[in-house]
Design a protein around this ligand. Structure first.
Ligand SMILES: Nc1ncnc2c1ncn2[C@@H]1O[C@H](COP(=O)(O)OP(=O)(O)OP(=O)(O)O)[C@@H](O)[C@H]1O
Ligand SMILES: [Mg+2]
Length: 392
């Protein structure tokens, strides 16, 4: 699922360094040593982004960028980062005029290059996704085995990672109907629309749902929980699968955050989901709950890989390590997210998820790893549409 990057540079040392840096980060790399070859490979390889040197044999970087912009069809735009040894503003302006989206002066730090690549890919991915291919249509439930284990933290940040880092189109649903707190985590007022506006309408259709979705600055769409506990009961067990089914047709991923109750509403949500991530911590009461949940869920006849365990705060000292937990549960823990209280709580209290503002932090990296694993996993129930090739 790695994005393909085309490096156009005639210097073998630069080629080697860039190839190494990009591959380390998980990108696929194609190299061209002159402008004409670069232009040809842009057409043949359809890269997600170009790193384009300015001084090149045959065609220079400006010419290559100009030709690409002239040839690519309306609605498509491959991001181009120009690389140059020149510090002159004039050069920079020329590059941008020719169609570059960004500019880096050699020598540059690999971290800066990677940051710019990521931001450009995130900026241009959603448009490609909309026009390029049908959505993956996967529904993923995040179920907290106990209150306060970090279910909401993981659901929100995984949603943002899937969108911003992996180029997926994502909707996040707050399924904690009585006490949903996505408004707090994402710094949104009580006045925003919620799922209540969907279920109280005479018919539930896609147009209505689209109007009720709230766009977050990170680029993900949100379906918020009722603004107060009294209205929560308006949402019934039959509503949730209907709403999720509509969202399936619109998004690569619909993530839904739910609490530990195994009531009818939650069971209907779990039924509709392709994958259920049970979020837990390594303490006795949580282990007890996970065992009970696994038992109950066992009776529902789900396929084995539909239910996956996520150990949050995995390296926190609790006296129970991962091995102990696995032994107690007689099954493997599928995913782990590190413990980093300061990062988690300051993101919560500022209303800015760490995956949005501090993707490079310890927690951000841990969540990205989790999101990558989630994205690699095939839907268990086969309800989702055929897997389309990722654009990135
Ligand atoms: N990986 C982590 N490391 C450290 N602290 C974390 C981590 N994940 C979550 N937390 C902290 O744990 C607390 C509970 O998190 P969160 O609200 O996400 O849990 P929850 O399971 O959704 O809770 P609730 O039952 O209230 O819905 C928050 O203060 C959060 O900052
Ligand atoms: Mg929560």
């Amino acid at each position: 699922m790695a994005a393909k990057i085309l490096v156009v540079d005639d210097d073998p040392n630069v080629q080697r360094l860039l190839t190494y840096t990009l591959k380390q980060e998980g990108y696929e790399v194609v190299v061209a040593a002159d402008g004409a070859e670069g232009f040809r490979l842009w057409g043949a390889e359809q890269p997600a982004l170009l790193l384009l040197d300015v001084m090149l044999p045959k065609l220079d970087g400006y010419q290559v960028a100009g030709k690409i912009r002239a040839e690519e069809g309306a609605g498509s735009h491959v991001p181009i980062i120009m690389l140059t040894a020149e510090r002159e503003v004039e050069q920079k302006v020329r590059g941008l005029r020719a169609g570059a989206d960004d500019y880096l002066i050699k020598p540059f730090h690999p971290a800066e290059l990677l940051a710019r690549i990521k931001s450009l890919l995130a900026r241009f991915a959603p448009r490609e996704l909309l026009v390029g291919r049908p959505p993956l249509g996967r529904i993923v439930a995040f179920y907290g085995a106990k209150g306060g284990v970090g279910t909401t933290t993981i659901a929100i940040n995984a949603a943002i990672a899937l969108h911003r880092e992996l180029g997926r189109k994502v909707c996040l649903v707050d399924g904690n109907l009585q006490f949903g707190d996505h408004r707090v985590f994402l710094d949104l007022g009580l006045d925003r629309k919620s799922i209540v506006d969907v279920v109280t309408a005479p018919t539930i259709d896609l147009d209505l749902i689209k109007q009720v979705l709230v766009k977050h600055d990170s680029g993900i769409d949100l379906l918020l929980a009722p603004p107060n506990p009294e209205t929560a009961e308006l949402v019934t067990q039959d509503h949730m699968p209907l709403v999720l089914d509509q969202l399936r047709g619109l998004y690569d991923y619909t993530l839904i955050d739910i609490d530990k109750r195994l009531d009818e509403v939650n069971l209907h949500i779990l039924d509709a989901a392709d994958t259920m991530f049970v979020v837990m911590t390594a303490d006795l009461s949580c282990l007890k709950n996970v065992r009970l949940v696994l038992e109950t869920i066992g009776h529902l006849g789900y396929e084995k890989q539909k239910v996956q365990l996520v150990l949050n705060r995995s390296n926190a000292f609790t006296g129970i390590n991962v091995k102990n937990a696995e032994n107690a549960l007689k099954r493997q823990i599928d995913h782990q997210v590190v413990n980093e209280y300061r990062g988690a709580i300051s993101a919560l209290n500022s209303g800015a998820p760490f995956m949005f503002t501090k993707a490079d932090s310890i927690l951000g990296r841990s969540l990205l790893e989790f999101a990558r694993a989630l994205d690699r996993a095939t839907p268990a129930t086969g309800k989702a549409p055929q897997l389309a090739p990722a654009t990135r």
